[in-house]
Design a protein around this ligand. Structure first.
Ligand code: SAH
Length: 275
């Protein structure tokens, strides 16, 4: 793989580390991590990914989790630039994909403006990978021809966000919310206001692709209660749409084949299923 780094010129690789499991890193990401002198990582990027770093690499946690103290974006940008300008091979490791609600664009432009060579390495984004972990495809020939990925915490005001969700919910198709767990009530309200059927399935996937993964799924009319009962925590991805029927079909196929000719019992929609 070619990259512009020489010992006298710094270099930054802005890397998507995927949603949680180190083996969802790309090979390109792995190669950069193995070569890095300095790694600035998020709390969402898999800690196991750091096992691939050189033993003498400097690891800096700039973790950004809702509510928790973290380095500001300005501080992260200036740290990246400072290490690169000293000639280091720097990796910026981010959860999922750097360009999906990851502020990767800001870092790329900040460094490029200062003449620092940069490479962007896409990652497996939780917007697709978290539903996949729950056996939910984001599109399906018969069930949904589009998917929208939205943030539940935009830079704009709440009303603008909710009007946007309403328009998406009216348009049909799958909707995926990142950072949406704390806004589940507003999400359900937008689905209802858009006239989506009360039986429309909604799923919430917590900590996908980690040992802590949990999935809660149910119809619009019950999802808030089910999620509260399970006490789901962040990070979690929320998805709404008929594609969730694939998960139901998949779960039904996991049932043992009945010995009698009776139909197998239906799995309750309310069931909370740790995978
Ligand atoms: N750039 C990241 C998203 C950053 S926003 C990506 O492409 O995946 C952070 C949000 O991503 C979280 O609030 C949550 O909604 C989602 N997320 C990240 N990791 C996740 C995981 N392992 N399981 C479920 N959702 C996750």
């Amino acid at each position: 793989m070619s990259h512009p780094h020489t010992p006298s010129s710094g270099f930054v690789a802005l890397i998507g580390a995927g949603p949680g499991a180190a083996d969802l890193l790309t090979i390109r990401a792995l190669r950069h991590i193995q070569r890095a002198d300095v790694i600035l990582h998020d709390s969402l990027s898999s800690p196991d990914a750091l096992d691939f770093a050189c033993s003498d690499a400097t690891l800096i946690d700039v973790g950004k989790r809702a509510g928790a103290h973290s380095a500001s974006q300005d501080k992260i940008c200036s740290l990246l630039a400072r290490h690169a300008q000293r000639g280091s091979y720097v990796v910026r490791l981010k959860g999922g994909d750097p360009f999906v609600f990851g502020r990767g664009a800001e870092e790329l432009l900040y460094l490029t403006e200062r003449g620092i060579a940069c490479e962007l390495v896409p990652g497996v984004s939780s917007c697709i990978a978290a539903p996949a972990a729950a056996h939910i495809p984001v599109t399906h020939r018969q069930l949904s021809h589009s998917f929208s990925v939205v943030t539940a915490r935009g830079a704009g005001d709440d009303q603008t966000l909710q009007e946007h969700w309403l328009a998406l919910a009216k348009a049909g198709g799958t909707i995926i919310w990142l950072m949406g767990l704390a806004r589940l009530e507003a999400i359900v309200a937008a689905l209802r206001d858009a006239g989506r059927d009360e039986d429309t399935p909604v799923a919430v996937i917590e900590a996908a692709w980690t040992p802590q993964q949990r999935v809660v799924e149910g119809p619009i009319r019950q999802i808030i209660t089910l999620v509260a009962q399970a006490r789901l925590k962040s990070p979690a991805t929320v998805i709404a749409g008929d594609v969730i029927h694939v998960r139901r079909q998949w779960l039904a196929l996991q049932e043992p084949t009945p010995i009698t000719s009776d139909d197998p019992p239906l799995r309750s929609e309310q069931e909370y299923v740790p995978l």
